[in-house]
Design a protein around this ligand. Structure first.
Ligand code: MGD
Ligand code: MGD
Ligand code: SF4
Ligand code: MO
Length: 726
């Protein structure tokens, strides 16, 4: 008789972290279904979440360490792999120092507390010249940089108070498909419909009438012009005396400076570039400033343009000036309810600002937001000779050949290294180019607490999980692999002690210090925690998994009126005036479209893809799914392009061929192309390879001049392109 158990856990593919019930038969994961008892996701999970059993049990999955040989990959033992990797790494370190080593951590890394913490330990352990990259330079660094300027720390990021707002402006996000980002809100579509149900409105500002825009109100915009629209909103609020200047004067420094920066941008001056009627802009400004509970929420579309830091800064500033920052139903920095939160932020912000000032990338001289360098420049850091040239590279939970600008350049740069190691469970277009692929556990084979996403919960909530099944094959969690490497390198096992002083203290007392202990500590000190025994019945890691298998709501709403806690500047005020912001505003005037590239490319996420890595799950690929772009039917008619036909898309940086579907639901002059396709047969995922597609990041630029100057962000939207029939 087989042994069947049901275990409650949660999905970690994307940010709502939906509750899941896993069926485990004889130790094997056989099914996943949505958890009806989860207080927030309440029986919802998307197709990707359900399909994850196919990833766990994928016959193409890598489950033993693999070494690349001229004849392909061969399985090796863990000991052999780690010993050889360490020997080669030690040689690189000896000859060239820590500046010759790089680590890129991709998006799924952020969903594992132990993965993040162990890499931080590794980077710190190797030395301060190590190059550190994450997917965030293609995703959020501009948002983080805006927070660093305004509040003094990149860790203070406001989110819309979704459950209480009456007017939500969604700018450059498509939550119906993405399920929300920088915003953990299960059933986010229902939460947005609730706004309308209680008499409110949701307006979506997007070049495409997206799946979200189609369900609410759509306002089309020309890509990469949001900063101009936001400046116009500010100009109207100041000129029509709608600005809540009295209320916010004491919270801010530089209000007059801000007013003068916005003054040259009345809606009439920006309409030709944004494509938005001045009266629409005026009405929007009035509604934002006079609706008591209103918020603008921006996401990927507002982060990955040429001025992502400025745009993100302006989103917060419009919320502030409209009287909507830190108010119920507005845009809120709730924090994690840490005792002494303000002083934690003061210390953390000062440290991160110092790193930002001091550390620069070798290529392009970019400063390091949250200590990370621009991944767009990784290839050049590998191929440009000199001190700190990368010779050994680690890639965990990332597929940068498809996700970072100029994939071909990166692919050949990887080939030129002395050592390349991937921590992944697939042979991808990136990992298949590495000397070693080390098999990792999937999310259901490790314990977890979603540390990264705690401050972004629309309803304050905690959930932790134990591993649902044992590691498949020889897979290991990243922290064990990293620990193994560091142990061999330094001959010492107390690797995680470098993370914190507390860690060092504990280790001296002989208590083994693991990432789990640190996560437990955070759960215990933050809101809802047991404060190490001071609060009876409070949460710990163990109590969460044992007593709250479906998670625990720790407060009905976000905290408001707590802005000061989020600010790292000693004067406790939001700093509005910055030279860097003034120069970005000045640069808006110079933005030009290069001759010969009349259209603009934007991205498009799909319900059944997750970046590059779920195209091997049969459930998600039903109906012969393949890669296609979306373009405006009138543009296509002019270019004599038929629905469904192949086109070549060229940018100043590269060229791809892809079929296009025609639509009226996209602003003229815009073509939308999903990223994450382009499985060219390099990798070992057979179904994904059959689906193929084109790598859109052949069209994006890895030139330092095209990287956003304040945050090192890749430029991924509004890229100038030309489209021609094949
Ligand atoms: N199904 C699915 N879900 C996902 C992912 C996935 O690949 N598939 N990826 C996950 C990841 S890694 C992330 S970061 C999140 C992202 O989450 P979102 O930001 O919500 O998702 P996107 O679909 O990238 O939305 C960006 C929107 O911005 C629009 N846009 C593009 N350029 C501009 C512009 O210049 N101005 C304005 N106003 N809008 C613009 C696009 O048309 C698009 O609708 O999604 C996550 N969720
Ligand atoms: N043109 C364009 N480019 C984009 C974007 C865009 O909108 N347009 N979006 C950008 C954004 S927002 C992001 S976040 C990046 C994503 O960029 P990346 O993070 O570089 O790429 P992913 O496709 O998410 O690849 C994730 C890899 O991690 C592996 N993996 C999954 N789970 C785990 C795990 O638990 N541990 C380990 N070790 N590996 C795991 C998968 O097999 C896969 O190989 O792409 C960016 N690139
Ligand atoms: S929405 Fe995201 S977290 Fe929820 S089931 Fe789907 S992939 Fe998982
Ligand atoms: Mo992302």
């Amino acid at each position: 008789m087989s042994d069947v158990v049901q275990k409650s856990t949660f999905c970690r593919i994307c940010e709502p972290l939906c509750g899941m019930i896993a069926t485990v038969e004889d130790g094997r994961l056989t099914a996943l279904r949505p958890d009806k008892e989860h207080p927030l996701s309440a029986g919802f999970a998307c197709q990707k979440g359900i399909a994850f059993t196919e990833v766990v049990n994928d016959p193409d999955r890598v489950t033993t360490p693999m070494r690349r040989t001229p004849d392909g990959f061969v399985p090796v033992s863990w000991d052999e792999a780690l010993t050889d990797i360490t020997a080669r790494l030690a040689a690189v370190l000896r000859e060239r120092g820590s500046g010759a080593v790089g680590w890129y951590m991709g998006n799924p890394g952020a969903f594992s507390y132990s993965h993040v913490l162990s890499i931080l330990a590794f980077i710190k352990g190797l030395g301060r010249h190590t190059h550190f990259y994450t997917a965030s330079s293609q995703d959020t660094n501009s948002r983080l940089m805006a927070s660093q300027l305004l509040y003094g720390t990149p860790t203070s990021v406001p989110i819309p108070d979704l459950t209480r707002t009456d007017f939500l402006v969604v700018m450059g996000a498509n939550p119906v498909v993405s399920h929300g980002s920088f915003l953990t809100a299960p059933r986010i579509k229902d939460r947005m419909h609730d706004i309308v149900r209680r008499g409110g409105r949701v307006v979506v500002i997007d070049p495409r009438k997206t799946e979200t825009a189609a369900q609410f109100e759509w306002c089309g915009i020309v890509p990469d012009t949001d900063a101009l629209l936001l400046l116009s909103l500010l100009q109207v609020m100041f000129a029509e005396e709608l600005a809540h200047t009295g209320e916010i004067a004491a919270q801010t420094a530089g209000l007059d400076w801000l007013r003068s920066q916005a003054a040259p941008f009345p809606p009439e001056a920006t309409a030709a570039r944004t494509g938005i009627d001045p009266e629409v802009v005026r009405a929007l400004a009035r509604d934002l400033a006079t609706t008591p509970r209103a918020a603008i929420y921006g996401r990927l579309g507002t982060c990955v343009g040429r001025h992502g830091t400025l745009t993100s800064y302006l989103i917060d500033v419009v919320n502030l000036v409209a009287g909507n920052l830190d108010t119920p139903g507005g845009s809120v920095i709730g924090g994690m309810g840490l005792p002494g939160q303000r002083w934690v932020n003061v210390g953390m912000g000062a440290l991160l600002r110092r790193i930002y000032r001091r550390r620069r990338s070798r290529i392009g001289g970019f400063r390091a937001v949250i200590g990370s360098e621009p991944a767009a420049l990784m290839a050049k850091e590998m191929t440009t000779p000199g001190e700190r040239q990368i010779r050994a590279m680690f890639v965990s939970a990332g597929n940068p050949v498809l996700s970072v600008p100029n994939g071909d350049e990166l692919a050949s740069a990887l080939d030129s290294l002395d050592l390349s190691v991937a921590l992944d469970f697939y042979l991808t277009e990136t990992s298949a180019r590495c000397d070693y692929v080390l098999p990792v556990t999937t999310m259901y084979e490790r314990d977890d607490f979603p540390l990264t996403f705690q401050p972004f919960q629309a309803t304050p909530f905690r959930q932790a999980t134990e591993a649902v099944i044992e590691p498949v094959g020889q897979a290991r969690p990243e922290w064990e692999i990293v620990g193994g490497l560091l142990q061999r390198l330094s001959g010492q096992s107390r690797v995680f002690a470098v993370l914190t002083g507390a860690g060092r203290g504990l280790t001296r007392l002989g208590v083994p210090f693991t990432p789990r202990r640190l996560a437990d500590g955070i759960i215990r000190v933050c809101a809802g925690g047991d404060r190490f025994g001071l609060r009876r019945g409070g949460l710990t890691f163990a109590r969460l998994t044992r007593d709250h298998p479906h998670g625990a709501v720790i407060a009905p709403h976000l905290r408001t009126g707590v802005l000061k806690e989020a600010i790292s500047y000693l004067n406790g005020r939001i700093q509005l005036a910055h030279h860097d912001i003034a120069s970005e505003i000045a640069a808006l005037r110079q933005m030009r479209q290069p001759v010969g590239y009349p259209l603009r490319m934007i991205g498009m996420r799909e319900p059944r893809s997750e970046n590059s890595w779920m195209h091997n799950a049969p459930l998600l690929m039903r109906g012969d799914r393949s890669h296609h772009g979306l373009m405006n039917a009138d543009d296509a008619a002019e270019l004599m392009i038929d629905d469904g036909s192949d086109v070549t898309v060229s940018s100043p940086y590269g060229r791809i061929t892809v079929p296009v579907t025609l639509t009226k639901d996209i602003v003229p002059g815009v073509i939308a192309l999903p990223h994450g396709w382009g499985h060219d047969g390099t990798g070992g995922w057979r179904l994904a390879n059959r689906a193929g597609g084109a790598n859109v990041n052949q069209l994006t630029s890895s030139e330092p001049d095209d990287v956003e100057s304040l945050s090192g962000m890749a430029w991924l939207t509004g890229v100038p392109v030309r489209v021609e029939p094949v």
